[in-house]
Design a protein around this ligand. Structure first.
Ligand code: CAA
Length: 241
């Protein structure tokens, strides 16, 4: 029986790459999206992957969305927490809304999603939870106190949840992408982006496939002893100890 995988923010960017890679590997995939209807429907048409709209910042919406996916496809075996946003500004210019939106979308969402799948995974003695954090949660980044804090929080959350569930056949891991060629890069001024690429020893931005490959490994049954791990995929831009 094909295993069921749910990817949040799964219709665009890194999330779309992950959804497609999981489908190609034989998973039954559901892709959540937050608001971009046109892109989500084009993604569904192009890939045949069903799409589900809900706000990952909202605890009750996550419960309802997950219940719908499970009634359509079956119990969720693999959860990929990918949805995330940036609202960059130095702290001396950051608004409370810029802080809250990022903490809510990038960190609260991890609790909202995991809380609603963990009991089922524990009952079935199987699960794979993979969260997408960031190089900037590892090293910090000027202009991203909000994002760096949220992504560092995801790493800590992962380590704790991994220990709680290691004896239950559930692995919990985090992937830290470096700078990946997606729409998020379009928010950066060209000279800022060039400065960043100059600091990547690989000499290029990463691709969505670079990240999907790591997620595929963590989603596999064979990865059952890999838990609480941080998988860094950044072209050697930052080498965490
Ligand atoms: N170190 C210290 N201070 C710095 C700095 C640095 N490297 N770079 C900029 N600053 C300071 C400047 O000196 C300036 O200070 P004052 O306010 O005192 O004058 C201030 O920051 C503003 O700098 P800018 O002229 O660049 O003005 P800005 O306000 O328009 O932009 C910024 C600030 C938002 C930080 C901008 O420089 C920027 O976008 N930086 C890149 C942020 C980044 O890497 N974001 C990643 C997005 S992609 C992503 O997040 C995905 C992922 O997971 C990797």
């Amino acid at each position: 029986m094909a295993r069921v995988a749910l990817v949040t923010g799964g219709t665009r960017g890194i999330g779309a790459g992950i959804s497609i890679a999981l489908k190609n590997a034989g998973f039954k995939v559901a892709a959540n999206y937050g608001g971009n209807e046109e892109t989500a429907h084009a993604f569904r048409e192009a890939t045949g992957i069903p799409v589900y709209k809900w706000d990952v910042c909202n605890f009750e919406s996550c419960a309802a969305g997950i219940a719908k996916v499970e009634s359509d496809l079956g119990p969720i075996d693999v959860l990929v927490n990918n949805a995330g946003i940036t609202r960059d500004a130095t702290l001396h210019r950051m608004s409370k809304d810029q802080w809250r939106e990022v903490i809510s979308t990038d960190l609260d969402s991890i609790f909202n999603m995991c809380r609603h799948v963990i009991e089922g995974m524990r009952a079935r003695n199987y699960g794979r939870i993979i969260s997408i954090a960031s190089i900037n949660g590892q090293k910090g980044q000027v202009g991203q106190t909000n994002y760096s804090a949220a992504k560092a929080g995801v790493i800590g959350f992962t380590k704790a949840l991994a220990q709680e569930n290691a004896a239950k056949g559930i692995t919990v891991n985090v992937v830290c992408p470096g700078y990946i060629n997606t729409d998020m890069m379009k928010d950066l001024r060209p000279e800022v982006l060039k400065g960043i690429i100059d600091t990547i020893p690989a000499g290029r931005l990463g691709s969505t496939d670079d990240i999907a490959g790591g997620v595929l490994y963590l989603a596999a049954e064979q990865a059952g002893f890999t838990t609480g791990a941080t998988l860094t995929i950044n072209g050697a831009q930052y080498i965490a100890g």
